[in-house]
Ligand binder design. Structure first.
Ligand code: NAP
Length: 291
């Protein structure tokens, strides 16, 4: 079994991006600027946003964190329009989830597709389906990059993606099925209504779990030699940790790992790759706009 070390791969990507920023600085061209909007005080969201800001600092990107304890939908839309028209900002994200009085789709649709570095806007998702240049959603793109940089063959493989969210499972299933590298998989997209899930997973060469249910994928479900990617990050109580909780994946790692050819840990697998993808998209936003 080989561990797919997302932390190390993400670090490699950050170093490449840092060098690209150095070149831009030497040439006197603009340094990428990522802005992040965070509404509310959810601990998990704050951790994710802070990690993104920290990544910007390490690479040499500029960053702005825009925080609101609360905000109306109208005022948030106005802020989105302001960032769309601000030439200093190359890309921005609105951290999800948003409070229930704000329509997430309305906010996502208001973001300029050329600054939509999360890749959630329907225009980017549509272009992704057609394999046209666009911003790819960060988590699926990070997973593909992890497979690519670890020379894991996907062409012709049977892949089961468990979970069909708009930000992970659904786009990932399409990206893996496209005629590209990585890609050319035969993909089954499973969800809560899928029948005979165990049987489907047991036949898969590549299993990707993105459901948010700790230890859901067990050893008896996984084929010998399978590649297993664990997207799940659920906070569970853990008295041994300073903050009282630990992140748990969807895969029962200790028993599944010995059967795998490759497996991602949680934490340190998909999470760091998601942030690396966001950084790649932010640099790309300048290229797409010819800056
Ligand atoms: P989500 O919106 O939470 O949806 C969960 C999906 O899992 C749904 O499609 C649901 O099916 C499916 N599901 C739930 N129970 C199931 C079961 N028993 N069998 C089969 N499918 C089942 O998904 P998400 O936002 O992608 O989040 C999933 C997990 O990934 C969470 O732990 C989240 O924290 C984590 N995540 C991690 C990263 C990262 O960077 N590491 C990024 C994003 C998300 P239905 O559609 O039928 O309800």
């Amino acid at each position: 079994m080989q561990l797919l070390d997302g932390k190390a791969t993400a670090q490699e990507i950050r170093e490449e991006l840092r060098q690209a920023v150095e070149v831009r600085k030497k040439n006197g061209t603009k340094v990428p600027h990522l802005a992040a909007i965070l509404v509310g005080n959810d601990g998990g969201s704050l951790t994710y946003v802070n990690a993104k800001v920290k990544a910007c600092q390490q690479i040499g990107f500029e960053s702005s964190l825009i925080r609101y304890d609360d905000i109306s939908e109208e005022a948030l839309l106005a802020k989105v329009h302001e960032l769309n028209n601000d030439d200093k900002i190359d890309g921005f994200i609105v951290q999800l989830p948003l409070p229930s009085h704000i329509d997430e789709l309305k906010i996502t649709m208001a973001i300029d597709p050329l600054k939509d570095v999360d890749g959630f806007h329907p225009e980017n998702l549509g272009k992704m389906v057609l394999n046209l240049p666009c911003f790819l959603p960060a988590t699926p793109a990070g997973i593909l990059e992890l497979l690519k940089r670890n020379n894991i063959e996907t062409s012709g493989k049977d892949c089961v993606v468990i979970g069909r969210s708009n930000i992970v499972g659904m786009p990932l299933s399409i990206m893996l099925a496209r005629n590209s590298n990585p890609g050319n998989c035969t993909v089954t997209l499973a969800h809560s209504r899928t029948k005979d899930l165990k049987q489907k997973v047991a036949n898969a060469d590549i299993v990707i779990a993105a459901i948010g249910k700790p230890d859901f994928v067990t050893a008896d479900m996984v084929k010998e030699g399978a590649v297993v990617i664990d997207v799940g990050t659920t906070r569970v109580d853990d008295a041994s940790k300073k903050n009282g909780w630990a992140l748990k994946g969807d895969v029962k790692f200790d028993e599944v790992a010995p059967k795998c050819s490759f497996i991602t840990p949680v934490p340190g697998g998909v999470g760091p790759m998601t942030i690396a993808s966001l950084m790649i998209n932010t640099l790309r936003s300048m290229e797409l706009r010819g800056i």
